[in-house]
Design a protein around this ligand. Structure first.
Ligand code: AMP
Ligand code: MG
Length: 336
C-alpha cells in the first residue's frame, strides 16, 4: 500500500524550500530507493553529490535487500543451513541487530522474515495468514541459532533474515558520511521515516524535524529541533493493509507473529547514529510504552517520542519539542 507512505513524505516536503540552486543556496534532490522516497537538502552545492548518494544506496541495496537476487541477505536466506561469507558491513549490521534483539528481550527480531513473508509486506501481496502457518513460521525465528563468526553467517535451514528494521538507518548513516566526506557541512536527509542532519541550518539554528500525525499522516503532529544525528520514526500508519474491516500493519510482535498491538501508533527515537535509532524505534514499538520507558531509563543514550492510540503524546526530558498538539502531552523524566 504505497499510498500510506505519503504520510512520511509531507514532513520531508515541508523541509524543502524549493529547488532554487544559486551557489549561496542549499542544493536539493530526491530519488526512490529501498522502497522509499529519499530527499536531500545540503550545503555547499556540488553537482556530483546526487550521483554519489545514489551510487551508495545502490551499493547498500545490493548487499542488504531481502528481495534482490544475489544480495548478501538473499544468499544467507537460500543457504539451507550452510555458512555464507558476506561483506564486513552486512556482518556488522546483523551483529548489531542480534545485540539489539538480545537487549530488547527479542522485541527486535531480524529473523522474522518467514513470518513477514506470510503477511506479504515485502512483496506487496498482503493477506492475513492462517494461524497454523504463523505458528509454523515462528518455529524458525530463534535468534540464538544464528551464528556470526567474523564475516561468516550461519542460520538454520528454514530461518531467513530481514534487516528492514534497521537497514534504512544504516543507509542514512552511510549517506551522511558520504556527504560529509564530500565537503557538506550543513544538510538534512530524509529516507521515509528516517531523518539525519549534518551540522545546523545555514543561519546556525537547529533543524526542525516534523513528526507525522499517525491519525492523519499527511499532516505534522509536532516537531523536534535537532543539531546533529538522527530522528527515526516507526509507525503503524507507515505500511498497512485492511481486510474484513481490520487494519494490519508491518511491525510484527515476535511473540505472536501478528502486528504488534501494545497501544503505540508511533515511536520516534533520536540519537547520534541512525542504525541504532532505527533498531530501537522498531523494538520500542513492539515493547509498548511501559517497557519502552524502562529501556530509555536503562540506556539513557537516546531521546524518545511516543504517540499512543488514546491519543496522547509522551516525550523524554531534554528534547526540544515545538508545535505541540492539542492532545494530552506528558514529559517522561528519568527515574530518580
Ligand atoms: P521499521 O519501519 O524500521 O519499524 O521496520 C519495520 C520493518 O522491519 C518491517 O517492514 C519488516 O521488514 C521488519 N520487521 C517487522 N517487525 C519486526 C520485528 N519485530 N523485528 C525486526 N524486524 C521487524
Ligand atoms: Mg526501525
Amino acid at each position: 500500500m504505497r499510498g500510506t507512505q505519503l504520510g512520511v513524505l509531507l514532513p520531508v516536503m515541508l523541509l524543502l524550500t524549493g529547488c532554487a540552486q544559486s551557489a549561496s543556496q542549499p542544493q536539493s534532490w530526491d530519488f526512490f530507493a529501498m522502497d522509499t522516497y529519499m530527499t536531500f537538502k545540503v550545503w555547499p552545492q556540488d553537482p556530483a553529490l546526487p550521483e554519489r548518494t545514489r551510487t551508495e544506496i545502490e551499493r547498500l541495496e545490493s548487499l542488504l535487500s531481502v528481495t534482490r537476487d544475489g544480495s548478501d541477505l538473499d544468499r544467507i536466506n537460500h543457504a539451507r543451513g550452510t555458512p555464507v561469507t558476506v561483506s564486513p558491513e552486512t556482518a556488522e549490521i546483523i551483529q548489531m541487530g542480534l545485540s539489539c534483539g538480545a537487549e530488547t528481550g527479542g522485541a527486535l527480531n531480524i529473523a522474522m522474515y518467514p513470518v513477514s513473508k506470510l503477511w506479504g509486506f515485502t512483496q506487496d501481496t498482503h493477506q492475513v495468514p492462517a494461524p497454523g502457518e504463523i505458528a509454523d513460521a515462528l518455529e524458525h525465528t530463534d535468534l540464538s541459532r544464528i551464528s556470526v563468526n567474523g564475516e561468516t553467517i550461519t542460520v538454520p535451514d528454514g530461518t531467513e533474515l530481514d534487516l528492514g528494521a534497521l537497514a534504512k538507518g544504516y543507509a542514512g548513516d552511510r549517506l551522511r558520511s558520504v556527504l560529509q566526506e564530500n565537503g557538506v557541512t550543513s544538510g538534512i536527509l530524509s529516507l521515509g521515516g528516517n531523518v539525519e542532519v549534518i551540522g545546523t541550518k545555514l543561519d546556525g539554528s537547529p533543524w526542525r524535524v516534523g513528526i507525522a500525525d499517525p491519525f492523519a499522516p499527511s499532516e505534522i503532529l509536532c516537531s523536534v529541533m535537532t543539531r546533529s544525528g538522527a530522528v527515526v520514526t516507526s509507525g503503524s500508519y507507515q505500511r498497512y493493509f485492511e481486510e474484513n474491516g481490520r487494519r494490519y500493519h508491518h511491525i510484527l510482535d515476535p511473540e505472536t507473529g501478528y502486528p504488534a498491538e501494545q497501544g503505540l501508533v508511533s515511536v520516534t527515537v533520536t540519537g547520534e547514529d541512525g542504525v541504532t535509532c532505527d533498531a530501537l524505534s522498531t523494538a520500542l514499538f513492539v515493547m509498548g510504552k511501559e517497557r519502552a520507558v524502562a529501556e530509555w531509563n536503562r540506556r539513557q543514550d537516546f531521546g524518545m517520542i511516543l504517540i499512543t492510540d488514546e491519543p496522547a503524546l509522551y516525550y523524554t526530558e531534554g528534547l526540544d519539542m515545538q508545535d505541540l498538539p492539542a492532545i494530552p502531552v506528558e514529559v517522561i523524566s528519568h527515574e530518580p
